[in-house]
Each structure stands twice: as C-alpha cells, then as structure tokens.
Design a protein around this ligand. Structure first.
Ligand code: SAH
Ligand code: SF4
Length: 335
C-alpha cells in the first residue's frame, strides 16, 4: 500500500539511526518517483557525485559450500571449475589498475585455494598495483582472516544473504545466520573495512524480511552494502524459483541510502543482469555510488555462473553508465 507525502517527509526528517522497522517498511512502499530523488539527494550530500569503481576479479569458482541459490555450489557437477594462476591474477589486476579503478576485489567460491597461496597472492597484487585489496572469498577461520590481513588485505565483502534465520538455515545446509553475523563482526574487529549485503526476491522472503535486512546492515555499521536480485540458476535446487525484480531491488537500495547515508552502495552486476537496459543507471539514481566492472579474463568469466544470464559489466560499460546519469569517475580508458 503506497504511503502519502506527509508520512515520507516525517520519516525523511528522522536521524538515520532512529529509523524503525515500520519506517523502513513505509520507505519500501513509497512510490519510486518520490523515493529515488530523496535517496539521491542524501547520496549527493554524503558521498558526492563521484562513483567509485572497483575492479572485480573472479579468480576461482571452486566452492566447498552448497548454497541452494548459487551455481557454484559444490554439488553442481555441470560447473566447469577453474582457478587462475597467480600470474594471471596479477596480469588482470594490472589491467584494472591501468583502467583507473580504486580497488581490486578478489572474489571466489569458498575454499577455492589454500590460505597461504591466497596470502601470497594478496601480497603480490598489492605490490604490483599499490591499490587497496578487497577479499570476497566466504567464511573462514579467524587464523585465515588474520593471515590475509597481515598480507595486506584491506577490505572484506561477506553478505549475510538474508536476515531471516529460518530462511538462512534452509538455504545454507549446515550453516546458520548467527555464525555469518559473527564472521562479519570478527572481520570488523580485525580492522578490515567490511562490506555485507543480501539478496532481494529470495523465495520465502517478504517485505518484512527486507526491512530486517536493512536494519541489520545499519546496526552492523557496514562500510559497504551490496544488494542484488536473486536470479535463478538452472543447476541449483532453486532452478524453477521466480527471480527477484529490479524494481524492488532499486527500492531497497534507496531505503538503504536513507538508513546508511555514508555507506558505499554498489549498483550490482545482478541488477545489470536482470535489467541490462537501465538497471545500473537506475541504481545510481536510487542512491548507489559504486560500480564493480569485471576484469576476469573473458574465457573464464563464462564459467563463473553464480546465476543464469549473468551480464558482464566492463570498465567501458561502467563509464558509460556513470556518464549517462551525469556523475563522474576517474576511469581512463583507451578506446
Ligand atoms: N563465495 C563467496 C563470494 C562469492 S559469491 C561468498 O559466498 O561470500 C558472491 C555473492 O553472489 C553471494 O554473496 C550471493 O549474494 C551472490 N549470489 C550467489 N548466487 C546468487 C544468485 N542465484 N542470484 C543472485 N546473487 C547470487
Ligand atoms: Fe559458494 Fe559463495 Fe556460491 Fe555459496 S554463494 S555456493 S559460498 S560461491
């Protein structure tokens, strides 16, 4: 049910940390044309008009987990597994650096490679590029997090995926939400700039769950929050489930911007995949301030099938999207 203009003005006037579950639900129901400009104005004030561009490097797709939604799950025998060599990773990271990205994000399935190998790789990427390195490699023990931090890793991305404990347990055999949240807190305590996030449109998720997702991100004081639509993948138990929509994902981004004015919010690749025409531009208009183009070698990118119809967002695409909404970036791309 849409809410009226006075209600939203009263919510907008509140301090972000005092927004309640009910306020967030009202925001999620606010007509898009009213919500988006409010969120964009908060983003302009808190983050400016420059979009941060992260270079995403999907270096391995081997995974020990069995998340029900993900095409990289261990039991997916159809996935063609790979792990790039350190030399390939350094070459791709150097290319990202040359394009002008401000961080290298090393992403993989969980347990793709040995902890020591990853530590050495982090060291090598930092040495070669001089850029901050972000890890997005899943849940590990504290000793591994410490090892990678010592090797120079600056940031860590690990989404809580859904704030509904029962849904979390159903989607992640053998795991629970409490351990995921504990991992996020451990990483923060170790000095990682920590990013989280969740999926929009998971089967069984409600608007109420999404409000809890947003409040959990705020209460964890996450530096970055990535939200993307759930997109069904054909070789998973959720192959026939209905995917999330761009429309609801954009509302969630806007509500997140109002609840966490200072967080970095990416317009995700999943958003670009569900709506190739306008997904990421609308994400920026809804208050996002980060894009994450891929520098994964093209011959491997096709095997990183987290979900079906995954769009490949290149640095050139990212620059076009940013320019199309009148925002700025520091990419320098040769034609
Ligand atoms: N293995 C690491 C990082 C790679 S997965 C981890 O799980 O943290 C990165 C993200 O992909 C996950 O956090 C999840 O939110 C997203 N993802 C996985 N399957 C998806 C799907 N079917 N639709 C949309 N996003 C998905
Ligand atoms: Fe593995 Fe991450 Fe996919 Fe889960 S979401 S199966 S941990 S790659």
């Amino acid at each position: 049910m849409p809410i009226n203009a006075e209600d939203i003005s009263a919510i907008f006037a509140k301090a972000p940390h005092s927004l309640t579950h009910r306020d967030i639900l009202s925001l999620l129901r606010t007509p898009w044309l009213r919500l988006a400009p409010l969120a964009r104005s908060v983003a302009d004030a808190a983050k400016g008009r420059r979009v941060f561009v992260r270079g995403l490097l999907e270096f391995a797709n081997i995974c020990r987990r069995n998340c029900h939604y993900c095409g990289l799950r261990r039991q997916n025998m159809a996935a063609k597994r790979y792990c790039l060599s350190r030399e390939q990773i350094i070459a791709a990271a150097s290319q990202a650096k040359a394009s002008g990205v401000d961080t290298i994000v090393l992403q993989s399935g969980e347990g793709s490679c040995s902890s020591a190998w990853l530590a050495e790789t982090v060291r090598a990427v930092k040495k070669r590029t001089g850029l901050p390195v972000t890890l997005s490699v899943g849940e590990h023990n504290d000793a591994d997090y410490a090892l990678w931090r010592d090797a120079g890793a600056d940031r860590y991305l690990i989404k809580h995926e859904t704030a509904d404990p029962e849904l979390y347990a159903a989607l992640h055999p053998g795991h629970n939400l409490a351990e995921r949240v504990a991992a996020i807190k451990t990483l923060q305590a170790m000095g990682y700039e920590t990013g989280g996030g969740f999926m929009v449109g998971l089967p069984g998720q409600t608007l109420d769950t999404l409000a809890r997702d947003i409040l959990l991100c705020r209460d964890l004081r996450l530096a970055m929050v990535g939200v993307g639509p759930f997109i069904a993948q054909r070789n998973t138990p959720l192959a026939r489930a209905t995917s999330g929509t761009a429309e609801l994902t954009l509302r969630v981004i806007a509500a997140l911007r109002l609840a966490l004015p200072n967080a970095n919010l990416p317009a995700t690749t999943a958003l670009a995949s569900i709506d190739p025409e306008g997904g990421q531009a609308n994400g920026l208009l809804a208050g996002a301030n980060v894009l994450m183009p891929s520098f994964t070698p093209p011959e491997r990118a096709a095997d990183y099938v987290i979900y079906d119809h995954k769009n490949r967002v290149s640095a050139v695409n990212a620059a076009q999207v940013i320019e199309s909404v009148g925002m700025s970036h520091r990419l320098h791309l040769s034609p």
